[in-house]
Design a protein around this ligand. Structure first.
Ligand code: SF4
Ligand code: SF4
Length: 220
């Protein structure tokens, strides 16, 4: 989830790219699952996160592992955390992620974050988020463990900018209109499997969303 914080307070003051080395290596998190429990921020999912989990039937995913949350007026899927224990529903009894290969982008990123500024984003280190001692240096692109990283980074930037703009527009929408837009968003990007190459289909759906949104607004 997006936060508005003083970057100097929570980071080491540096901006990183995927080519940089960062001191975040934590021995494969052996014996620790701190960042999968009591997450202070919601782990909101983007369309590629849901696409990554496509081996899990959508109804199982939605009923057992995902809940819908309102973020700046817009409904989005987020990882479900157990109400009492605060554990992510994908955390197994051994304290390991049961969907490691399919885990969402935010989980791949942690303890790094993204700062969006001047039409692009950089990575930053959330310096107090992982207590693992004697961390080692790791190349960030290896840490992110994401295929076709440049395409993914462009998509992240475009999704962020689309969502931001939609959230700004949502603040002026009436409840009935916003409900239609929310359903359109979920149906367009999350509930329908991506049959073609993900990024190609994502951009086609982005255009489609714009056309349908215009139609909904013109019907008011
Ligand atoms: S807090 Fe650090 S060591 Fe613990 S699970 Fe998270 S990244 Fe791994
Ligand atoms: S999906 Fe996996 S890595 Fe992410 S919070 Fe849940 S258990 Fe942790």
């Amino acid at each position: 989830m997006e936060r508005y914080v003083d970057l100097d307070e929570i980071s080491d003051g540096r901006r990183y790219t995927a080519e940089d080395m960062v001191k975040i290596g934590c021995g494969d998190c052996a014996g620790c699952s701190a960042c999968c429990v009591h997450m202070e921020q919601l782990i909101l999912l983007d369309p590629y996160d849901v696409h990554r989990m496509r081996e899990i039937p959508l109804d199982t995913l939605m009923q057992e592992h995902v809940e819908l949350m309102v973020d700046r007026g817009v409904i989005l899927p987020a990882l479900k955390m157990h109400a009492e224990t605060g554990r992510c529903s994908f955390l197994n009894d051994e304290g390991r992620c049961s969907i490691h290969d399919m885990r969402p982008g935010i989980c791949r990123l942690f303890p790094m974050g993204r700062v969006y500024e001047d039409g692009t984003f950089h990575y930053f280190l959330q310096k107090d988020e992982c207590d693992y001692p004697n961390k080692t240096k790791v190349k960030l692109k290896k840490w992110l463990d994401t295929p076709m990283l440049p395409k993914y980074e462009k998509y992240i930037l475009d999704w962020h900018s689309f969502l931001h703009s939609l959230q700004d527009r949502a603040s002026d929408m009436e409840e009935g209109t916003l409900k239609k837009i929310d359903m359109l968003l979920l149906n367009t990007f999350f509930f329908q499997p991506y049959e073609e190459e993900f990024y190609q289909e994502f951009y086609r759906r982005l255009d489609q969303f714009g056309a349908y949104e215009k139609q909904i607004l013109s019907d008011i």
